[in-house]
Ligand binder design. Structure first.
Ligand code: HEC
Length: 118
C-alpha cells in the first residue's frame, strides 16, 4: 500500500468512526479487497487462512462457493449485520461502518479465496 493510500485509509477510518458513515466518493477509493478488509478492521478478527476470532476467509469461501453468485449477496448481508452460531460460539457484531457497496466488494473478494477444486 502506498503512503498516500495508507493516509487515505486512515482518514476514512477516522471519518467512519466519527460519523459511522462514509460518503460514496470516499468508498470508491477503496475498491480492492485486502485493502478494504484492513481499512474496515475485518482483519482485527479475521485472517485469510487461519482462525483468529472469526473463521479464516478461505474456509468461508470453501463453505459457500458452491452457491455461486447469490452467495455474494448472502455474505454481504452477513458482513453488514453480523451473525452467530455458524462458525462457533463467538458472534460477529454488525458492521455499520461498511456500506452495502463495500460489503459486496468484500464478499466477492472473500469468495474469490476459495481453494482450487480437489
Ligand atoms: C469483532 C470480531 C469481528 C470483526 C471486526 C469482523 N468479524 Fe467477521 N466474523 C467474526 C466471527 C466471530 C464470525 C463467526 C460468526 C458465526 O459463527 O456465525 C464471523 C463470520 C464472518 C463471515 C462468515 C459469515 C457467514 O454467514 O458464514 C464473514 C464473511 C465475515 N465474518 C466477514 C467479515 C468482514 C468482511 C469484516 C469486516 C467488515 C468482519 N467479518 C469483521 C468476527 C468478526
Amino acid at each position: 500500500m502506498s503512503g498516500k493510500k495508507l493516509v487515505a485509509s486512515l482518514a476514512i477510518i477516522a471519518v467512519s468512526i466519527a460519523a459511522v458513515n462514509i460518503t460514496p466518493a470516499r468508498a470508491q477509493t477503496l475498491t480492492d479487497g485486502p485493502q478494504l478488509a484492513r481499512a474496515k478492521i475485518c482483519m482485527g478478527c479475521h485472517q485469510v487462512d487461519s482462525r483468529r476470532v472469526g473463521p479464516p476467509f478461505v474456509a468461508v469461501a470453501d463453505r459457500y462457493k458452491a452457491g455461486g453468485q447469490p452467495m455474494v449477496e448472502y455474505l454481504a448481508n452477513s458482513i453488514r449485520h453480523g451473525g452467530r452460531g455458524r462458525w462457533g460460539a463467538v458472534p460477529m457484531p454488525a458492521q455499520p461502518q461498511v456500506t452495502e457497496e463495500e460489503a459486496t466488494a468484500l464478499a466477492a473478494w472473500i469468495l474469490s479465496l476459495a481453494s482450487p477444486a480437489k
